[in-house]
Design a protein around this ligand. Structure first.
Ligand SMILES: [Cu+2]
Length: 89
């Protein structure tokens, strides 16, 4: 985690902060990840889903960390992972 500087926020920054708080971050454990092609495919497919903000795969740890907001949902992401052949544990 990166430390966040505690500075007074401008109104614009406060709006940005409020919006950012709607973003959900979930780590999905995916046993079938074995190499960079796996994480590359997962990152590409999930990033295409509307509402997905970022996807970061970890080959050694066999997981992906996904940050998303509506209309993307956890169930939708789980369904997509299964569909592309990388079901979450
Ligand atoms: Cu692979």
């Amino acid at each position: 985690m990166h430390p966040v500087p505690s500075m007074p926020l401008s109104l614009d920054k406060m709006k940005e902060k409020t919006m950012n708080e709607t973003i959900t971050e979930i780590r999905f454990d995916i046993p079938r990840i074995s190499c960079g092609h796996c994480t590359g495919a997962i990152e590409r497919e999930l990033t295409d889903m509307e509402g997905v903000v970022s996807v970061a795969g970890d080959i050694a740890g066999k997981f992906v960390t996904v940050r998303f907001q509506p209309p993307a949902t956890k169930d939708g992401l789980l369904a997509l992972l299964t569909e592309i052949g990388y079901p979450a544990a």
